[in-house]
Ligand binder design. Structure first.
Ligand code: GAL
Length: 957
C-alpha cells in the first residue's frame, strides 16, 4: 500500500486571518523610496482542489514553461475563455454548503508564479515589503522558496517583510490562491464570486529610518476658522505644509487659519512628512465630523448625503479597476450632482479614495464583511456572533481603518453589510471608536444601533421615512437620539428607480433625515461574445440570482442610464422655481457649504418649444440655504399668436472646474407662460363606404372591421387599444416581496393577452365609430372601447373612449393605442425629453423640441423590458406622419413588439422586424422600486377608470 502525501492546507479552513503578514498601516506612495510593480503576466496553473499540488513550484529552478499565463491584477475566471472556470453570481446564498468554517473539496486553486530582478538602482541597504492590495479569497505566499505566510480578507491589503529574502536577480515569487476559504463565509456580498489576485502586487523598498505608519489629524474649528494639524508617526520626523507655513515635529499640534475641506469645497494642502529615511507626500484636508444635536455635522453644519453605493466593476476585468476607470466614476458622480459614496461592501482600491479627496465626495468606507447567507438559518452560527471569528473581524476592521485613515473624504467607517448582529460587530465598533474618534461608525444591520452613530436603513418606504423624520418611529433610547440615513434606497435595477423625487422631498423636509445612497452605481454585466452582457445564470451556475446583479445607475460600459439623469435632476444643488405669469424666478442655494459664485445663470424663452430669445440672468451669490427672487426680463413679443410659451432658467458652471467644463449644466427649471391650445379638427368630412373600404378625409378603413388602413400614402397596421407593457424589473419585484408584485398580478389577470371583440362599425354624417370590448380570457373585467374617427378632409382625428367594466382589482400597465408603421427612422417631437420618463421618474424630462431615431429612443436595459417612453408629448413626427395629442401623451416607438420585448432575456434576443411599433399612451403606471423596495406611490398608479383622449393624424407632405 502506498500513500500520497499532500501538503497541509489547514489554513484554508482556519478562522484566523492568517499568519506572517505585517501589522496594517497607512497606504501611501513614498516620494523617494523605490518600488517595483509586480503586475503583469504571471505563470498560472489551475487545480481542482486546494491540495492537488505540492509546493515544489515555489522552489528554485522550477520549470513552469508549460503553464498557462494570466494577467495580474485580474480574476482567473475572466481570463482563458472558460478554460479557468467561470464566474458565479449569487445575491446572498452561499454557493457551497453552509458548514463554517468548512469549504468544499472542490476548491479551485490557482498557483501563480513569476520571477523578477531588482532594478539596477535598487538600494542595497534597508528592507523591503511585499504588498498585496487584494486577493480573493485566501493566499499562501513563497518568496525564493521561503514560505512567508498566508492571509484572507480579499479586499484588504497585506504586507510581508521580505528584504532578507531578496536577490538582485532571479527572484521567484509564488502565490497559491484558493477560491474558497473560511474567509468566504465573511464575504457573502451580493456580487460575482471572482477569485484571483485582482489588485496590485508591489515590492516597496523601505530605507532605514523610513516612515512606517502615521495618522494625519486635521480638524477644523468653524467658529475660529482655524485648522489644527497633528501627524502622529511611528517614526519621528517633521511635518511641513508650505502653503500654511507649517513646519513642526511629528506628534506636535499646530493651529492656523485654513480653508476647510468639504465635498463641495475639497481644499487640500500639499504637505510632507519627512523622516530620517524617507519623504512622504501628504494631502491635508481640514474637517471635523461630529454627532451633535442628533445630527451628523461637518465643520459645524449638518450635511445631506446625495449618495450612491459603489461596487468596483469593469465589464471585462471584474473588480480590477485602473485609475482612469476610477476617475471616470468620480467625474460621472460629480457631473451628476452626487456628493457621497458608500463603498459597498468593502474598501475600494485605495486610489479611489485619493480621487474622492481630490474632487470632493463624502465617503462611507465599508469593511469587507457580509454573512448574509446565514439569514437562511435564522442567523444560527453567524460568524459575527461567535468569538472564534472575532480576531478575523478585528483584523478586517484594522486593515480598513489603518489603510484609509488619512483620507479627509472618509467621514464614516462602516462595519460591513448584512451580517446580522453579534459580539464580533460590537468588538469591531469598539476598536474603531477607540482608534479613530474623528469619524463616526455606520452599520445597517442593527436597527437598535447598539454600535453605531447613525440610524441606517435600506429600502424603507416613503411613509416610514416620514415617520422617522417626525421622530415617531420609536426604537431604542439610543436610536431615538440619532440621525437617520438610507444607506440603500432607490433600486436602480432595469427601468427606474421611480419615486426618487418624493424621497428627496422628505430628506429635505426633516432635519433628522440626512439623505441616502441609491442602490447602486453600475450594472455588473460581464461582456459576453453571444449575449452582449452576461448576468447570473449565463455561465450555467447551479444557483444564481439572474439579473439582480444588474441594478446600477450606469450601464456596464459606464454610459449613464436614465436613472442617473433623473437622480441628477432630483438632487440638483440649486432649486429654480418660477412663476411664468409674474415673470419672477426664485433661486435657492441647496448646497451645504458652497455659495453660488461658481455658477452662471441663463434664461431662455420658448415659443412652441423653440427658443426665440436667451440671455444671462444675474443671481446673487447666495449662501447655503438662502433664496432670492429674481426678475426675468420682459417676455419677447409673442411672434406666434396662440402659441405655447415658457421660460427655462439654467444654472451652469461659470468656468472650468476640476470635474466639469464651463457651461456644464448643474440645475434648471421650466415654467409655463401661456398654455398650449388644444388641437382642433372640425368634423366636416363625411365617411363614405365602398365595397371594401371606408373613406374619411385622408384615410381609408376596412369596411368590415373599421380598422384604419392608410393615412395619406402611409399604410398602417391599425391602432388598437393597448394596456400591456413588458414588465420592468421593478414591476416584477422579487419573490421575497410581501407587497403585491404588480408584474405577476398583471399576468394573472391576463393583461398580456387581451382580446379585442368587435361590437359595431357605425357610419354617421360626420364620424366613423368602431365599438369594441377589450378583455382577457377567464375574467369578467373588460374595457369597453370606442374609436371615433372624424376629419376636416385634411387631418384625421381619433378619439378613444374607454369605460372599464367589471371589478378591476389591478391598475393597468399602460393605457393608449398601439399601431404599426411600415418604416420610420428619424423622429421629431415637441414634449418631454431628451430621455425616457415615467410617471414617477420624470423630473429630468424637459419640455422642448427634440429629435432622435427609432433606434436611439431605446434604453438598452440588460434584461429587455419596457423602456423609452417620452413624456408630455404635444406632437411627434415619424414615418411620414405627424401626430398631435389632446391631451399630451406618452410616446414610444420600437422595432419589435411589446410581446417580443417581454420574451427577450438579453438585448441580443431582440431583432428588428419590418414594422415600427408605436405606442401613444394616455397613461403609464409608475415604476417604483419594488425590485428591492417599495412599489410606486398610490398617486402614480394607473387605475382602470373611464378615460377619453384624442390624437390628430396628418400625412407629412
Ligand atoms: C441589499 C444589499 C445589497 C444588494 C441590494 C439589492 O440588501 O445590501 O448588497 O443586495 O440589497 O440589490
Amino acid at each position: 500500500m502506498s500513500f500520497r502525501t499532500t501538503p497541509s492546507v489547514d489554513y484554508v479552513e482556519d478562522v484566523s486571518p492568517g499568519s506572517g503578514a505585517l501589522p496594517p498601516r497607512a497606504w501611501y506612495a513614498s516620494s523617494d523610496a523605490t518600488s517595483l510593480s509586480l503586475n503583469g503576466s504571471w505563470r498560472f496553473r489551475l487545480s481542482a482542489t486546494a491540495d492537488a499540488e505540492d509546493d515544489s513550484f515555489a522552489g528554485d529552478g522550477y520549470d513552469a514553461a508549460d503553464w498557462a499565463e494570466v494577467t495580474v491584477p485580474g480574476h482567473w475566471v475572466l481570463q482563458g475563455q472558460g478554460a479557468f472556470g467561470l464566474p458565479i453570481y449569487t445575491n446572498h446564498l452561499y454557493p457551497f454548503p453552509v458548514d463554517p468554517p468548512h469549504v468544499p473539496t472542490e476548491n479551485p486553486t490557482g498557483d501563480h508564479l513569476r520571477t523578477f530582478d531588482l532594478p539596477a538602482d535598487w538600494p542595497a541597504d534597508g528592507g523591503a515589503v511585499l504588498r498585496f492590495d487584494g486577493v480573493e479569497s485566501c493566499a499562501r505566499v513563497w518568496l525564493n522558496g521561503t514560505d512567508i505566510g498566508e492571509f484572507k480578507g480579499s479586499r484588504l491589503p497585506h504586507e510581508f517583510a521580505v528584504g532578507h529574502l531578496l536577490k538582485p536577480s532571479g527572484n521567484v515569487l509564488a502565490v497559491r490562491v484558493h477560491q474558497w476559504s473560511a474567509g468566504s463565509y465573511l464575504e457573502d456580498q451580493d456580487q460575482w464570486w471572482l477569485p484571483g489576485i485582482f489588485r496590485d502586487v508591489t515590492l516597496l523598498h523601505r530605507p532605514a529610518g523610513s516612515a512606517l505608519d502615521f495618522f494625519v489629524h486635521a480638524s477644523y474649528d468653524h467658529v475660529t476658522g482655524e485648522g489644527t494639524l497633528r501627524v502622529d508617526s511611528d517614526v519621528d520626523g517633521r511635518v511641513s505644509v508650505p502653503g500654511l507655513d507649517i513646519d513642526v515635529a511629528t506628534g506636535e499640534s499646530v493651529t492656523v487659519a485654513v480653508a476647510p475641506w468639504s465635498a463641495e469645497t475639497p481644499k487640500l494642502y500639499d504637505g510632507e512628512l519627512a523622516t530620517e529615511g524617507e519623504r512622504v507626500p501628504l494631502r491635508v484636508g481640514f474637517r471635523t465630523v461630529v454627532l451633535e444635536d442628533g445630527l451628523i455635522k461637518v465643520n459645524g453644519r449638518a450635511i445631506l448625503f446625495k449618495g450612491v453605493n459603489r461596487h468596483e466593476w469593469h465589464p471585462e476585468k471584474g473588480r480590477t479597476l485602473d485609475l482612469e476607470t476610477m476617475r471616470e466614476d468620480v467625474l460621472l458622480m460629480k457631473r451628476h450632482n452626487l456628493n457621497a459614496v458608500r463603498t459597498s461592501h468593502y474598501p475600494p482600491h485605495p486610489a479611489f479614495l485619493d480621487l474622492c479627496d481630490e474632487y470632493g465626495l463624502w465617503v462611507i468606507d465599508e469593511c469587507d464583511l457580509e454573512t448574509h447567507g446565514f439569514t437562511e438559518q435564522a442567523w444560527r452560527d453567524n460568524p459575527v456572533d461567535d468569538d472564534r471569528w472575532t480576531p478575523a473581524l478585528l483584523d478586517r476592521a484594522a486593515r480598513m481603518v489603518e489603510r484609509d485613515k488619512n483620507h479627509p473624504s472618509v467621514v464614516f467607517w462602516s462595519l460591513g453589510n448584512e451580517a446580522g448582529t453579534g459580539r464580533g460587530l460590537t468588538a469591531m465598533a469598539e476598536w474603531i471608536h477607540g482608534r479613530d474618534a474623528s469619524r463616526l461608525v455606520h452599520y445597517e444591520g442593527d436597527w437598535n444601533c447598539r454600535d453605531t452613530d447613525v440610524y441606517s436603513r435600506m429600502y424603507a418606504n416613503h411613509a416610514e421615512v416620514e415617520q422617522i423624520g417626525k421622530e415617531l418611529d420609536g426604537g431604542t433610547h439610543k436610536r431615538r437620539q440619532l440621525p437617520f440615513i438610507q444607506c440603500e434606497y432607490g433600486h436602480a435595477m432595469g427601468n427606474g428607480p421611480g419615486g426618487l423625487a418624493d424621497y428627496q422631498e422628505l430628506f429635505e423636509k426633516y432635519e433628522r433625515i440626512q439623505g441616502g445612497f441609491i442602490w447602486e452605481w453600475i450594472d455588473h454585466g460581464i461582456k459576453h461574445p453571444e449575449l452582449g452582457y452576461a448576468y447570473g445564470g449565463d455561465f450555467g451556475e447551479e444557483l444564481h440570482d439572474g439579473n439582480f446583479v444588474c441594478d446600477g445607475l450606469i450601464f456596464p460600459d459606464r454610459t449613464p442610464s436614465p436613472g442617473l439623469v433623473e437622480y441628477k435632476k432630483v438632487i440638483e444643488p440649486v432649486r429654480i422655481e418660477g412663476d411664468g405669469a409674474d415673470g419672477t424666478v426664485r433661486v435657492t442655494n441647496k448646497y451645504d457649504f458652497a455659495d453660488l459664485s461658481a455658477l452662471a445663470f441663463e434664461w431662455s424663452y420658448q415659443v412652441d418649444g423653440e427658443t426665440v430669445e436667451a440671455g444671462t440672468l444675474s443671481v446673487p451669490s447666495l449662501a447655503p440655504g438662502e433664496s432670492a427672487d429674481v426678475k426675468l426680463p420682459e417676455p419677447p413679443a409673442d411672434r406666434r399668436g396662440g402659441a405655447e410659451t415658457q421660460w427655462t432658467v439654467r444654472a451652469l458652471l461659470a468656468s472650468d472646474t476640476a470635474w466639469g467644463r464651463k457651461d456644464h449644466e448643474v440645475a434648471w427649471g421650466q415654467f409655463p407662460v401661456s398654455a398650449r391650445p388644444a388641437p382642433s379638427v372640425a368634423a366636416t368630412d363625411r365617411p363614405t363606404a365602398s365595397e371594401k373600404l371606408i373613406y374619411l378625409g385622408p384615410a381609408s378603413f376596412d369596411v368590415r372591421t373599421g380598422a384604419l388602413k392608410t393615412i395619406g400614402g402611409v399604410e398602417v397596421t391599425a391602432p388598437h387599444l393597448d394596456v400591456w407593457r413588458a414588465p420592468t424589473d421593478n414591476d416584477d419585484g422579487m419573490d421575497w416581496q410581501t407587497e403585491t408584485r404588480i408584474g405577476s398580478l398583471w399576468r394573472k389577470y391576463g393583461l398580456h393577452r387581451m382580446r379585442h371583440r368587435l361590437d359595431g362599425v357605425e357610419l354617421s354624417d360626420d364620424a366613423l365609430t368602431v365599438r369594441t370590448r377589450v378583455a382577457p380570457a377567464a375574467w369578467e373585467v373588460g374595457l369597453a372601447t370606442a374609436y371615433r374617427w372624424t376629419s376636416d378632409g385634411d387631418r384625421l382625428k381619433l378619439t378613444v373612449s374607454v369605460t372599464p367594466e367589471g371589478d378591476w382589482a389591478v391598475p393597468l400597465p399602460r393605457l393608449g393605442i398601439r399601431f404599426g408603421l411600415p418604416e420610420a427612422d428619424a423622429v421629431k417631437w415637441f414634449g418631454g425629453g431628451p430621455g425616457e420618463a415615467y410617471p414617477d421618474s420624470r423630473m429630468a424630462s424637459a419640455v422642448s423640441r427634440w429629435q432622435s431615431t427609432v433606434d436611439n429612443l431605446q434604453t438598452p436595459y440588460l434584461r429587455p423590458q419596457e423602456n423609452g417612453a417620452r413624456a408630455d408629448v404635444r406632437w411627434v413626427e415619424l414615418g411620414g406622419l405627424r401626430i398631435e395629442g389632446d391631451p399630451e401623451f406618452w410616446f414610444t416607438a420600437r422595432r419589435w413588439t411589446t410581446e417580443q420585448l417581454d420574451a427577450a432575456q438579453h438585448l441580443t434576443d431582440l431583432t428588428p422586424d419590418d414594422t415600427v411599433w408605436v405606442n401613444l399612451d394616455h397613461g403609464q403606471h409608475g415604476i417604483g422600486s419594488q425590485s428591492c423596495g417599495p412599489g410606486p406611490l398610490p398617486q402614480y398608479f394607473l387605475r382602470a377608470e373611464p378615460a377619453e383622449f384624442s390624437f390628430v393624424f396628418s400625412a407629412l407632405g
